[in-house]
Design a protein. Structure first.
Length: 245
């Protein structure tokens, strides 16, 4: 594989302004791709991410988008294709993570998580499909170890990610043979604000690789799916250092 296997490709990363989404956008740009990122409220972060992508000599655009809205998603896809001329890779990263006790979970909390974590990827995949079929493209969903293992206090989040994992498999069958669809399921991901915190130390201690994951770990897995053979499809890859074993 060349050092820039995505030269000439156009990718769209939902929720690409910050944290894991930013890492994914930068990793794909470093691999040669031109990038669209979407954001909902993080405009300043989105502008900073654009600057970082431009420093890699790649073309990039940031679009405000509500992934829950059919109209907003359709507009974002159209704007991205208008900017780049085509679409080769869709990364469904935008998500809500929330802690809540199941016995007091409200309907509003449940619906908010599912609208973003499950409906959003469905809408983006559906609207992007004609362009991805034309380019023999890829869809990469960002799931979670929580969609593979139940986490107390996160029932709605875990259920939404489990739904996304199943949606990945359904998409892989439905969109073949033109489009490959896979999913990256991160475990505990540590950010700067987590370093040295009790929870971070606890998770690192029980992870076989003896450390927590990073946003770059997730981004490298996404880059693998973005550039590898399309004969790999319908897979959910845990990027968790063995935490789920």
């Amino acid at each position: 594989m060349t050092s820039q296997p995505l030269i000439g490709k156009a990718v769209l990363v939902t929720g690409g302004a910050r944290r894991i989404g930013r890492a994914i956008a930068l990793e794909l740009a470093a691999a040669g791709a031109d990038v669209t990122i979407t954001y909902r409220k993080s405009k300043a972060d989105a502008e900073e991410t654009l600057q970082l992508i431009n420093q890699l000599n790649r073309q990039a655009i940031a679009l405000e988008c509500d992934v829950r809205s059919e109209h907003s998603v359709r507009s974002a896809i159209a704007a991205s294709v208008n900017f780049h001329g085509h679409l080769d890779v869709l990364v469904n990263n935008a998500a809500i993570y929330e802690s809540a006790s199941l016995d007091t979970l409200s309907i509003e909390q449940w619906d908010a998580v599912f609208e973003t974590n499950a409906r959003g990827p469905f809408l983006f995949a559906r609207e992007a499909l004609p362009y991805l079929r034309a380019s023999q493209g890829r869809i990469i969903n960002i799931g979670s170890l929580g969609g593979l293992r139940a986490w107390p206090g996160h029932a709605h989040y875990c259920a939404s990610k489990a739904a996304l994992h199943m949606l990945t498999e359904a998409m892989a069958k439905s969109f073949a043979p033109e489009v490959a669809v896979n999913c990256v399921a991160p475990g505990w991901i540590e950010f700067d604000e987590d370093k040295g915190q009790p929870a971070a130390l606890r998770f690192a201690a029980k992870t076989p690789m003896q450390r927590n994951g990073t946003a770059k770990d997730v981004a490298e897995a996404v880059a693998f799916f973005a550039a590898t053979t399309t004969f790999i499809t319908g897979q959910v890859l845990a990027v968790d250092g063995g935490l789920g074993l």
